[in-house]
Design a protein around this ligand. Structure first.
Ligand SMILES: [Fe+2]
Length: 290
Protein backbone atom coordinates (compact mmCIF):
# COMPACT_ATOMS: atom_id res chain seq x y z
CA UNK A 1 0.00 0.00 0.00
CA UNK A 2 2.65 2.39 -1.13
CA UNK A 3 3.98 3.98 -4.29
CA UNK A 4 7.32 5.24 -5.56
CA UNK A 5 7.61 8.96 -4.78
CA UNK A 6 11.14 9.98 -5.78
CA UNK A 7 14.61 8.73 -6.59
CA UNK A 8 17.62 10.41 -4.97
CA UNK A 9 20.73 10.23 -7.12
CA UNK A 10 24.25 11.19 -6.07
CA UNK A 11 26.23 12.58 -8.97
CA UNK A 12 29.71 13.93 -9.72
CA UNK A 13 28.26 16.13 -12.49
CA UNK A 14 25.41 18.16 -11.07
CA UNK A 15 25.10 20.59 -14.00
CA UNK A 16 24.82 17.93 -16.70
CA UNK A 17 22.45 15.78 -14.64
CA UNK A 18 20.27 18.74 -13.73
CA UNK A 19 20.07 19.80 -17.37
CA UNK A 20 19.13 16.27 -18.49
CA UNK A 21 16.40 15.77 -15.91
CA UNK A 22 15.02 19.28 -16.33
CA UNK A 23 15.01 19.50 -20.10
CA UNK A 24 14.62 15.92 -21.20
CA UNK A 25 12.72 14.23 -18.38
CA UNK A 26 10.52 17.31 -17.89
CA UNK A 27 11.37 17.99 -14.26
CA UNK A 28 11.29 21.73 -14.75
CA UNK A 29 10.49 22.87 -11.23
CA UNK A 30 13.77 23.28 -9.34
CA UNK A 31 13.81 23.58 -5.57
CA UNK A 32 17.38 24.19 -4.38
CA UNK A 33 17.92 22.97 -0.88
CA UNK A 34 19.17 25.42 1.71
CA UNK A 35 22.43 23.90 3.03
CA UNK A 36 21.07 24.34 6.55
CA UNK A 37 18.09 22.22 5.60
CA UNK A 38 19.92 19.35 3.96
CA UNK A 39 18.76 16.38 6.01
CA UNK A 40 21.25 14.86 8.40
CA UNK A 41 20.90 11.44 6.74
CA UNK A 42 22.13 12.77 3.38
CA UNK A 43 25.76 11.89 2.59
CA UNK A 44 28.39 14.34 3.75
CA UNK A 45 29.24 16.62 0.87
CA UNK A 46 32.93 17.23 0.40
CA UNK A 47 34.55 20.65 0.53
CA UNK A 48 34.80 21.02 -3.23
CA UNK A 49 31.07 20.65 -3.61
CA UNK A 50 30.19 23.40 -1.20
CA UNK A 51 29.17 25.71 -4.02
CA UNK A 52 26.79 23.07 -5.35
CA UNK A 53 23.57 22.35 -3.65
CA UNK A 54 21.26 19.40 -3.59
CA UNK A 55 18.18 20.12 -5.72
CA UNK A 56 14.73 18.64 -5.88
CA UNK A 57 13.54 18.51 -9.51
CA UNK A 58 9.81 18.15 -10.03
CA UNK A 59 7.41 17.55 -12.87
CA UNK A 60 3.88 16.21 -13.23
CA UNK A 61 3.75 12.88 -11.36
CA UNK A 62 7.50 12.59 -10.98
CA UNK A 63 10.40 13.96 -8.97
CA UNK A 64 14.13 13.32 -8.65
CA UNK A 65 16.54 14.54 -5.98
CA UNK A 66 20.13 15.23 -7.04
CA UNK A 67 23.06 15.65 -4.65
CA UNK A 68 26.69 16.38 -5.49
CA UNK A 69 29.07 13.53 -4.78
CA UNK A 70 32.45 12.08 -5.79
CA UNK A 71 30.85 9.18 -7.57
CA UNK A 72 27.50 8.35 -9.15
CA UNK A 73 25.45 6.28 -6.73
CA UNK A 74 22.01 5.77 -5.30
CA UNK A 75 21.19 8.21 -2.50
CA UNK A 76 17.85 6.78 -1.48
CA UNK A 77 14.53 5.49 -2.73
CA UNK A 78 11.51 7.48 -1.57
CA UNK A 79 8.35 5.45 -1.03
CA UNK A 80 5.08 7.15 -0.10
CA UNK A 81 2.90 5.11 2.25
CA UNK A 82 -0.87 5.51 1.86
CA UNK A 83 -2.25 7.66 4.71
CA UNK A 84 -4.53 4.94 6.09
CA UNK A 85 -1.53 2.61 6.46
CA UNK A 86 0.90 5.15 7.91
CA UNK A 87 0.49 4.36 11.59
CA UNK A 88 0.86 0.63 11.08
CA UNK A 89 3.81 1.22 8.75
CA UNK A 90 5.58 3.37 11.37
CA UNK A 91 5.14 0.69 14.02
CA UNK A 92 6.51 -1.98 11.69
CA UNK A 93 9.44 0.13 10.48
CA UNK A 94 10.41 1.21 13.99
CA UNK A 95 10.42 -2.42 15.12
CA UNK A 96 12.86 -3.04 12.27
CA UNK A 97 15.13 -0.24 13.49
CA UNK A 98 14.12 2.53 11.06
CA UNK A 99 15.15 6.06 12.06
CA UNK A 100 12.60 8.85 12.21
CA UNK A 101 13.90 11.89 10.29
CA UNK A 102 13.53 15.37 11.79
CA UNK A 103 12.97 16.99 8.43
CA UNK A 104 12.67 15.74 4.88
CA UNK A 105 12.64 17.69 1.58
CA UNK A 106 9.79 15.64 0.07
CA UNK A 107 7.71 14.10 2.85
CA UNK A 108 5.95 15.69 5.83
CA UNK A 109 6.97 12.73 7.98
CA UNK A 110 9.60 10.15 7.12
CA UNK A 111 11.54 7.15 8.38
CA UNK A 112 14.77 5.79 6.88
CA UNK A 113 15.76 2.14 6.72
CA UNK A 114 18.55 0.34 4.84
CA UNK A 115 17.86 -2.97 3.11
CA UNK A 116 20.33 -5.87 3.61
CA UNK A 117 22.41 -4.62 0.66
CA UNK A 118 22.68 -1.11 2.12
CA UNK A 119 20.20 0.53 -0.27
CA UNK A 120 18.57 3.35 1.67
CA UNK A 121 14.79 3.39 1.70
CA UNK A 122 12.85 6.39 2.97
CA UNK A 123 9.20 5.74 3.75
CA UNK A 124 7.09 8.87 4.05
CA UNK A 125 3.66 10.29 4.55
CA UNK A 126 2.28 13.38 2.83
CA UNK A 127 4.00 15.54 0.23
CA UNK A 128 5.64 18.77 1.41
CA UNK A 129 5.04 20.46 -1.96
CA UNK A 130 1.92 20.80 -4.03
CA UNK A 131 1.70 18.47 -7.05
CA UNK A 132 3.03 19.92 -10.31
CA UNK A 133 0.12 20.33 -12.73
CA UNK A 134 0.32 18.73 -16.20
CA UNK A 135 1.37 21.32 -18.76
CA UNK A 136 1.41 21.54 -22.54
CA UNK A 137 4.82 20.53 -23.84
CA UNK A 138 5.62 18.33 -20.83
CA UNK A 139 5.07 14.67 -21.68
CA UNK A 140 3.11 12.67 -19.11
CA UNK A 141 4.76 9.73 -17.31
CA UNK A 142 4.66 9.20 -13.58
CA UNK A 143 7.57 7.75 -11.63
CA UNK A 144 6.45 4.15 -11.15
CA UNK A 145 9.11 1.51 -10.34
CA UNK A 146 12.78 0.92 -9.67
CA UNK A 147 15.22 -1.97 -10.10
CA UNK A 148 18.10 -3.12 -7.90
CA UNK A 149 21.04 -5.33 -8.78
CA UNK A 150 22.46 -7.78 -6.27
CA UNK A 151 24.54 -10.95 -6.03
CA UNK A 152 22.08 -12.23 -3.41
CA UNK A 153 18.59 -11.47 -4.65
CA UNK A 154 17.09 -14.38 -2.71
CA UNK A 155 18.00 -12.66 0.54
CA UNK A 156 16.87 -9.25 -0.73
CA UNK A 157 13.62 -10.69 -2.02
CA UNK A 158 12.94 -12.35 1.35
CA UNK A 159 13.57 -9.03 3.11
CA UNK A 160 11.13 -7.09 0.92
CA UNK A 161 8.47 -9.80 1.12
CA UNK A 162 8.73 -11.02 4.70
CA UNK A 163 9.82 -7.85 6.47
CA UNK A 164 8.17 -5.11 4.41
CA UNK A 165 5.15 -7.00 3.05
CA UNK A 166 5.80 -6.62 -0.68
CA UNK A 167 3.93 -9.24 -2.75
CA UNK A 168 5.66 -11.55 -5.22
CA UNK A 169 4.29 -11.10 -8.75
CA UNK A 170 6.74 -13.13 -10.85
CA UNK A 171 10.18 -14.69 -10.60
CA UNK A 172 12.70 -15.89 -13.17
CA UNK A 173 15.06 -18.86 -12.78
CA UNK A 174 17.82 -20.26 -14.97
CA UNK A 175 18.12 -23.85 -16.16
CA UNK A 176 20.42 -24.30 -13.13
CA UNK A 177 17.36 -23.31 -10.99
CA UNK A 178 19.18 -20.24 -9.73
CA UNK A 179 17.04 -17.20 -9.11
CA UNK A 180 17.76 -14.56 -11.78
CA UNK A 181 15.07 -11.95 -11.28
CA UNK A 182 12.21 -11.16 -8.91
CA UNK A 183 9.30 -8.73 -9.37
CA UNK A 184 7.54 -7.38 -6.28
CA UNK A 185 4.46 -5.18 -5.89
CA UNK A 186 2.83 -3.05 -3.21
CA UNK A 187 -0.42 -2.34 -5.10
CA UNK A 188 -2.11 -4.08 -8.04
CA UNK A 189 0.63 -2.72 -10.35
CA UNK A 190 2.86 -5.64 -11.35
CA UNK A 191 6.03 -4.30 -9.78
CA UNK A 192 7.28 -1.42 -7.70
CA UNK A 193 10.61 -3.21 -7.39
CA UNK A 194 12.49 -5.52 -9.77
CA UNK A 195 15.56 -7.41 -8.51
CA UNK A 196 18.27 -8.61 -10.90
CA UNK A 197 20.94 -11.19 -10.03
CA UNK A 198 24.26 -9.61 -10.92
CA UNK A 199 27.47 -8.37 -9.37
CA UNK A 200 26.45 -4.72 -9.45
CA UNK A 201 24.68 -3.89 -6.20
CA UNK A 202 22.66 -0.71 -6.06
CA UNK A 203 20.23 0.97 -8.40
CA UNK A 204 19.82 -0.89 -11.70
CA UNK A 205 17.26 1.43 -13.32
CA UNK A 206 14.10 3.36 -12.63
CA UNK A 207 11.02 3.81 -14.72
CA UNK A 208 8.39 6.37 -15.65
CA UNK A 209 5.01 5.00 -16.73
CA UNK A 210 3.57 6.73 -19.82
CA UNK A 211 -0.20 6.58 -20.42
CA UNK A 212 -0.07 4.36 -23.53
CA UNK A 213 1.85 3.18 -26.61
CA UNK A 214 1.55 6.58 -28.26
CA UNK A 215 3.23 7.98 -25.17
CA UNK A 216 6.25 5.73 -25.81
CA UNK A 217 6.39 7.09 -29.38
CA UNK A 218 6.21 10.68 -28.11
CA UNK A 219 9.01 10.09 -25.58
CA UNK A 220 11.15 8.50 -28.32
CA UNK A 221 10.61 11.52 -30.57
CA UNK A 222 11.29 13.82 -27.62
CA UNK A 223 14.62 12.17 -26.73
CA UNK A 224 15.59 12.19 -30.42
CA UNK A 225 15.32 15.99 -30.48
CA UNK A 226 18.12 16.06 -27.88
CA UNK A 227 20.18 13.39 -29.64
CA UNK A 228 19.58 11.00 -26.73
CA UNK A 229 19.61 7.49 -28.16
CA UNK A 230 17.36 4.65 -27.10
CA UNK A 231 19.81 1.86 -26.20
CA UNK A 232 17.20 -0.86 -25.60
CA UNK A 233 13.71 -1.06 -27.08
CA UNK A 234 11.16 -0.41 -28.16
CA UNK A 235 10.07 -3.77 -26.82
CA UNK A 236 7.62 -5.50 -24.53
CA UNK A 237 8.83 -7.14 -21.32
CA UNK A 238 7.50 -10.68 -20.93
CA UNK A 239 7.43 -10.32 -17.16
CA UNK A 240 5.06 -7.43 -16.41
CA UNK A 241 3.94 -7.22 -20.07
CA UNK A 242 4.93 -3.55 -20.26
CA UNK A 243 6.12 -1.76 -23.37
CA UNK A 244 9.45 -0.02 -22.91
CA UNK A 245 12.31 2.10 -24.13
CA UNK A 246 15.54 2.77 -22.24
CA UNK A 247 17.93 5.72 -22.40
CA UNK A 248 21.00 6.63 -20.32
CA UNK A 249 21.30 9.76 -18.21
CA UNK A 250 24.68 11.61 -18.22
CA UNK A 251 25.96 9.37 -15.40
CA UNK A 252 25.08 6.28 -17.45
CA UNK A 253 22.09 5.44 -15.26
CA UNK A 254 19.39 3.44 -17.06
CA UNK A 255 16.15 5.38 -17.35
CA UNK A 256 13.07 3.56 -18.62
CA UNK A 257 9.85 4.85 -20.13
CA UNK A 258 7.20 2.14 -19.84
CA UNK A 259 3.51 1.70 -20.67
CA UNK A 260 0.77 -0.91 -20.25
CA UNK A 261 2.31 -2.43 -17.11
CA UNK A 262 0.23 -5.44 -16.07
CA UNK A 263 -2.33 -5.12 -13.32
CA UNK A 264 -2.25 -8.10 -10.93
CA UNK A 265 -5.52 -9.23 -9.32
CA UNK A 266 -5.41 -9.59 -5.54
CA UNK A 267 -4.31 -13.05 -4.48
CA UNK A 268 -2.95 -14.17 -7.86
CA UNK A 269 -0.35 -16.92 -7.44
CA UNK A 270 3.22 -15.83 -8.31
CA UNK A 271 4.23 -16.58 -11.87
CA UNK A 272 7.41 -18.44 -12.86
CA UNK A 273 9.43 -17.55 -15.97
CA UNK A 274 12.36 -19.29 -17.59
CA UNK A 275 15.52 -17.20 -17.88
CA UNK A 276 15.62 -16.41 -21.59
CA UNK A 277 15.01 -13.45 -23.83
CA UNK A 278 11.21 -13.72 -23.64
CA UNK A 279 11.15 -12.93 -19.94
CA UNK A 280 12.77 -9.57 -20.63
CA UNK A 281 11.70 -8.75 -24.17
CA UNK A 282 9.01 -10.74 -26.00
CA UNK A 283 9.91 -8.90 -29.20
CA UNK A 284 13.57 -9.77 -29.31
CA UNK A 285 16.90 -9.31 -27.60
CA UNK A 286 17.00 -9.29 -23.84
CA UNK A 287 19.24 -7.16 -21.67
CA UNK A 288 20.40 -9.98 -19.42
CA UNK A 289 21.71 -8.44 -16.24
CA UNK A 290 24.59 -10.73 -15.30
FE1 LIG B 1 11.75 -1.57 -15.41
Amino acid sequence: MSTLSYIHLLTPQMAAMQAFYQQQVGLGEVLPMDPDQVPAHFPVVEQRFEAERAVLLRGPGRQVLLSPSNTAALGEIGIEVFARRWRAACALLERMGARRLDWHPVFLEALALDDPEGNRLVFGRGQRHRAVAPRAGILPARLQHFGLGSARIGELSAFYQNQLGFALSDYVTGDDRKLRSVFLRTTDEHHLLALFANGRPGLDHFSFEAPDWNGIRDWGDHFARFGTKIFWGAGRHGVGNNLFIFVNDPDGRMVEISAELESVPFGRAPGHWRFDYKAFNLWGAAAIRV
